[in-house]
Design a protein around this ligand. Sequence first.
Ligand code: ATP
Ligand code: SKM
Ligand code: MG
Length: 420
Amino acid sequence: MEYGLIGSKLGHSYSKIIHEMLCGYRYDLCPLPTEEEARAFLIRRQFKAINVTIPYKRLVMEYCTYIDPRAKAIGAVNTVVNKNGLLYGYNTDHLGFAHLCDAHGVDFAGRTVLILGTGGTHNTTSAVARDKGAARVLTVSRTPDAAKGQLSYEEAVASGAQIVINTTPAGMYPNVGVCSLDVAKMPGLEAVLDVVYNPDKTELILRAEEAGVPVAVGGLEMLVAQAVYAAESFLSRKFDDAAGEIGRITAALRRDMLNVALIGMPSSGKSTVGRALAEKLGKKFIDLDEEIVKADGRSIPDIFAAEGEDGFRAKESAQTVRFAKEGRQLLSCGGGIIKRGGNLRALHQNGVLLFLDRPLDALTVGGGRPLSSSTEALKKMEAERRPLYLAAADAVIPNSGTVEDAVAAAMEALDEIFSH
Ligand SMILES: Nc1ncnc2c1ncn2[C@@H]1O[C@H](COP(=O)(O)OP(=O)(O)OP(=O)(O)O)[C@@H](O)[C@H]1O
Ligand SMILES: O=C(O)C1=C[C@@H](O)[C@@H](O)[C@H](O)C1
Ligand SMILES: [Mg+2]
């Protein structure tokens, strides 16, 4: 191996994609489940340079001849460069986190900062907060150690903090939807930062957005930034525009990883345009209506007949939650998905929403759609739902020409959405 990543479990790491997109060298994921394997790997040192992740960021320090002072102070090394058989250790996680804060204009000067969690990333983020002038850095734990001044999640709410940083795995895929901090009860918040990057928006970030916190961002940009700074150490050269590289790779990664959900009136073309768009984007096509039928075993008209609209909506929500937390999918939604706010929240956690806008006179009456029984019914439905589609969508895609025209318009909108 020349370049790569070691850690106990690497199944969900994006590092290979990031480094190969960035530099073109080959980057291998090398899972080392046991400490013995990690030690043997470090003794053999058959690599040019590596990144190190959980749980070996401290262990590798034993094998380094030189350790960067910041890495030493933080107590963790995530980047190791082999120079003529001697290992040099650095920490680029703190640079990555500092980049995330700077890119979103987070001002730490004189602020009270809450760090959720006591694990490895706690020290990294607290070092950055202190460097940037935080007045107080408080630690929050589910099992607070009062002797160390740690707070419970209940105490944290009343701490008067302006900035919250989550360093715990709470809310991380597949256990999405988890969050112990009631940010809605913290009116002075200026920024909420989460180092978790899968899903794109954790429950904490969604709640912070809903509470109107001005800056609410997940950890993807931090992950990319630490990789860019690691690559500089790997290759002993600086990028001319490191911030530009971080922006470029983050955008490409989000475009690749996130879901695209199509919403719109019944028969507006969500399935037809969706299939074609999925192929173009290289995403897996999922028709949520088909998934409801597959999971239930009955057709949609039969579900409506047996359980009414409420029964159908509950099934629709269950399938939405199930698929929305996955990634790299094109989700063709049922026309009524916007009737439940929870569906939209689930779709937004890891994707973007496009409203496919087909003229009313081109929509199909009937066709096995229980709520589209007549032209009048469709007209009334469109008047009710149009504002909801517009409010939920990241972009509006007209579907008034050919299917290919709609696909091209959607590609253009996605270029725009993922360009920043
Ligand atoms: N741009 C277009 N040009 C011609 N026909 C189109 C266009 N877009 C969609 N259609 C046609 O309209 C009909 C409805 O499309 P489709 O089934 O994809 O809609 P939908 O939004 O998935 O509907 P539903 O809400 O029932 O799932 C299909 O016959 C499809 O071929
Ligand atoms: O998941 C990953 O790929 C990584 C996570 C962090 O620990 C980084 O420090 C590491 O370099 C790579
Ligand atoms: Mg459809």
